[in-house]
Design a protein around this ligand. Structure first.
Ligand code: SF4
Length: 387
């Protein structure tokens, strides 16, 4: 059975390492009771098979706190023809027990475009819900908590992109999906961490340019520059979760856990990527663990990802640094229940912005579908031009 080993080597901002204990089984129990939901025999019958998926991370004694909300949400989804898109950073009771589609931003964007459901509940952050709305304007898109933002998305505005374009006329703009619709609307093509290097190379070829504007994540841009040989113009946005990892942390973890395999997300700083064994998007990290079955691994990304990958890798021990995304953790079972029940927190986008943002997303989705591309670790750092 996979073991999760919390390690205090890296300080998160929440104190506790376990997102379920931050909100807590008690919180879920309270929330269910306030909504008149209890752990009945019917709830048990409807949810026992779901517990099998999360028993590695939720103690049996806590399950009756979550099960009533899970049963009620799944029932409402059926009644309302709704689906839940669950990002890899959701806690396991959301990811495995109410999520209909699970994955990284790119996978969820594709599902949003193709689902036949009338309602999409985005179990993720606001820019993801906007992406779903861009791709599926005829559907009602709900976000369970409107405060679920993102430090990268907040780092840049559409006006900033217009200024950048004015400074570098004719240079293609590749925008990470972790941005607002307004920013995507000013862009030529979007990318995710699964395809960033491929999209940058494609943009350079298509625009016949030796330079590409790659915004807003400074570290992702630097990591892409090292992979591609394309000159990169970057913005100074950072992911507040991934920027906290350091190469010193990795050295300490390797010393404390001999044989540890270190997997990094490309939103991490370049020296962290260089000190890792493998780097790639959340989908690439999941694939690595599935295929290579390392004995002991650490994922340098958001904390809940380890729980979710551990469910698929029973023989791997997970060392889990405590970096939680405070925005992702705003999404809770009761938030999902309330949004769906009251049809609240609908995401809307002005039509002219939506159409232009969709063009940039579609340009990405039109590129050949390929396996998430790993970042080759150990390549020399390449300077980028920071705007
Ligand atoms: S983990 Fe980082 S990039 Fe992802 S939503 Fe949180 S702040 Fe944004």
């Amino acid at each position: 059975m996979a073991r999760i080993i919390d390690t205090p080597l890296i300080a998160g901002d929440g104190g506790s390492c376990d997102p379920r204990t931050v909100h807590g089984a008690w919180g879920a129990l309270d929330a269910a009771a306030q909504r008149g939901l209890a752990h009945t025999h019917a709830v048990q019958a409807a949810t026992d098979h779901l517990y099998e998926k999360v028993k590695h991370v939720i103690p049996a004694i806590e399950w009756p706190a979550y099960a009533p909300l899970i049963a009620a949400i799944n029932e409402m989804k059926r009644a309302k023809n709704a689906v839940i898109l669950a990002h890899n950073y959701m806690t396991s009771e959301i990811f495995y027990c109410v999520g209909d589609f699970r994955g990284d931003s790119l996978q969820l964007a594709r599902e949003a475009a193709e689902t036949g459901a009338e309602i999409i509940v985005q179990a993720g952050v606001h820019f993801m819900a906007e992406t779903s709305k861009c791709l599926a304007p005829e559907k009602t898109v709900l976000i369970p908590d409107t405060r679920a933002g993102c430090s990268l998305a907040a780092s840049i505005t559409g006006a900033d992109v217009r200024l950048i374009k004015a400074r570098y006329p004719g240079v293609p703009v590749v925008t990470y999906v972790n941005t607002s619709a307004e920013v995507k609307a000013e862009s030529d093509v979007c990318c995710t961490s699964s395809n960033a290097a491929a999209v940058v190379e494609w943009a350079a070829r298509t625009w016949n340019s030796d330079r590409v504007i790659c915004i807003p994540d400074e570290y992702l841009a630097k990591n892409v520059a090292a992979q591609t040989g394309v000159k990169i113009i970057a913005w100074h946005g950072r992911c507040e979760v991934h920027e906290r990892f350091t190469a010193e942390d990795i050295a300490e973890m390797r010393e404390a856990h001999p044989g540890l395999v270190v997997l990094a997300h490309p939103e991490c700083p370049p020296d962290v990527m260089a000190a890792s064994d493998f780097a790639g998007s959340t989908a690439a990290l999941q694939d690595y663990v599935t295929e290579k079955r390392p004995g002991k691994v650490v994922l340098l990304t958001e904390c809940s990802m380890s729980d979710n990958v551990a469910a698929t890798a029973p023989d791997t021990d997970f060392i889990r640094p405590c970096n939680l995304c405070p925005h992702m953790k705003r999404i809770t079972l009761e938030g999902i229940y309330d949004a769906l029940r009251e049809m609240k927190h609908e995401v809307t986008i002005p039509e002219d912005v939506r159409v232009r943002a969709k063009r940039a997303i579609d340009a990405m989705l039109a590129l050949p579908k390929e396996k998430p591309r790993a970042f080759e670790v150990g390549r020399p750092e390449v300077a980028v031009e920071l705007v």
